[in-house]
Design a protein around this ligand. Structure first.
Ligand code: PLP
Length: 495
């Protein structure tokens, strides 16, 4: 029996896993969720003996049940290969008594690679399984890291094209350079004069446009999404929580069955939702600590039960978390409403019409596992400097938000459960903010000089992803108004 996926806005709409991967978003604007979360079909202690590929297969086969063993193993093998600079794929490092799950060893040195290395394979396999005749056009809005990771994953993949929209003034210098130097005939990168939410809303609108869909179909194209709303991103992210648990067991840091708190620097709520699914699968996870930056809409939500996006959008030193509409939260809302599509739909309507909604106290009670926290840019810089000075370990700005929130939670709650912090980017990707946090004297230096200095100071090699953009030519220089996205898409596709 296949595990089916249904829309968070309409229970009647059910699809298989491969169809959900192919479609990205449900036709009613909802997100696909599994009809139930499967439970791990072996004892957790076996995780200690499993490598990344084995863990990935054991977890993913439970969700993606209409993929054959051969198909799934092929996808896993193609994704987690030499693109990663370590065979461990996602190493766990210990610093100052906390565990950092390094999710930045892939092609673009941010955690998005964990899912976006495999998504193109899951998607092209799904296209074959479902006799999709059209060329797949990946349409993506990015706050910086998704864009490059998706471009790297889909570049020159036959049968696909990819268009990425990013906020022209809302990403780091390295992030922008990574994207605009992207090679591959099927790639298109466009800056928009707006923020990430504008880019994301614009993309959602294009997805929902029926007339456009028909026009594309006539021209031999169909849209799909590489954004974290795609179930094909969520499922591969569950894997590394199972894997990290196995690593902690193997190194003797924890006993089998011992709970571990997970702290996740959060933007679109995809990564932490994966941790929640891992917990529901039976991985012994205690608290799920959701760390925000100054765009603390999620912190306020967990404090009050009110989600309110009506506030200023703040550009911070952790740009991949500069988000006011956390798309994946809808999956949690749906579940907290008792898998009730109608309630969820009403709340999402309120969000799009009034910019806010309030959940019931019953729903809030079901969210006890989640704890919100936030760190200001100043807190974040201090945390980078503190950990570097005490241990020599250098965090990127996103991970530092989580690390700071984690320290504060431990101090205030006296909860001595071991903490696993999702380390979502290499410090090299945000070298300027990181180096300025460590010492003000770095503020005058140019980006690549800072990168060289970071290498010297941390004793780590400069990642390939950085070396390759040092002298790369800019191949994409288009910048448009935020309401010109449809025209830009049509221009690229030649329709
Ligand atoms: C995308 C991203 C995040 C936020 O992850 P979500 O799944 O969107 O919550 C955090 N840190 C970095 C470096 C990212 O790229």
């Amino acid at each position: 029996m296949n595990l089916m996926f249904r829309s968070t806005r309409n229970e009647a709409h059910q699809v298989t896993a491969s169809q959900a991967v192919l479609k990205g978003l449900a036709p009613d604007g909802g997100l696909f969720v599994p009809e139930q979360i499967p439970v791990l079909d072996f004892p957790t202690k076996e995780l200690a003996q499993m490598n990344y590929h084995e863990t990935a297969y054991a977890v993913m086969k439970q969700f993606l049940t209409d993929y054959t063993e051969e198909e799934l193993k092929y996808c896993i093998r193609m994704a987690y290969d030499e693109k990663f600079d370590t065979q461990e794929i996602a190493p766990v490092k210990k610093a100052d008594g906390r565990f950092y799950l390094e999710l930045f060893h892939g092609a673009t040195i941010a955690f998005k690679d964990m899912a976006l290395s495999i998504l193109p394979y899951l998607m092209t396999t799904a296209a074959k399984k479902n006799q999709e005749k059209n060329e797949i056009v990946i349409l993506t809005a990015t706050s910086g890291d998704t864009g490059k990771a998706a471009l790297a994953g889909f570049a020159d993949v036959p049968g696909t094209r990819i268009i990425v929209f990013y906020p022209k003034n809302g990403v780091s210098a390295v992030q922008e350079k990574q994207m605009v130097t992207q090679k591959g005939k099927n790639t298109c990168v466009i800056g928009i004069l707006g923020n990430f939410d504008d880019a994301q809303s614009g993309v959602k609108k294009l997805f929902g446009d029926e007339a456009l869909k028909e026009e594309l179909d006539r021209a031999g194209f169909c849209f799909s999404s590489a954004n974290s709303i795609n179930i094909g991103r969520l499922v591969p992210q569950i894997v590394y929580y199972a894997y990290a648990y196995g690593r902690l067991l193997k190194s003797g840091e924890i006993k089998d069955g011992e709970k571990v708190n997970v702290v996740v620097p959060t933007g679109n709520f995809g990564n932490i939702l994966a941790a929640y699914y891992a917990k529901n699968m039976g991985i012994p996870i205690g608290r799920l600590i959701c760390a925000s930056n100054e765009n603390r809409v999620l912190f306020d939500f967990f404090e009050t039960g009110i989600y309110n996006r009506n506030r200023d959008f703040i550009l911070t030193t952790s740009p991949s978390m500069d988000i006011l509409i956390s798309s994946n939260l809808e999956r949690l809302i749906y579940r907290m409403a008792g898998d009730d599509a109608k309630t969820n739909q009403e709340l999402m309507r309120a969000l799009s019409e009034q910019g806010s909604y309030e959940i019931t106290s019953e729903m809030r009670n079901r969210m006890q596992d989640f704890i919100g926290g936030y760190a200001t840019q100043e807190d974040t810089a201090k945390e980078i400097a503190r950990l570097y000075q005490e241990t020599g370990y250098v965090l990127d700005t996103h991970t530092a938000v989580a690390s700071c929130v984690c320290c504060r939670y431990q101090e205030q709650s006296k909860d001595d459960t071991k903490a696993l912090i999702a380390s979502t980017a290499s410090p090299y990707k945000f070298a300027r903010s990181v180096m300025e946090a460590i010492d003000e004297k770095y503020s005058g230096m140019d980006d690549f000089a800072l990168i060289d200095e970071l290498s010297r100071l941390s004793g780590t090699a400069i990642p390939n992803a950085i070396e390759e953009i040092r002298n790369a030519p800019v191949l994409h220089d288009k910048v448009i108004e935020k309401d010109a996205m449809e025209e830009a898409v049509k221009a690229f596709l030649g329709i």
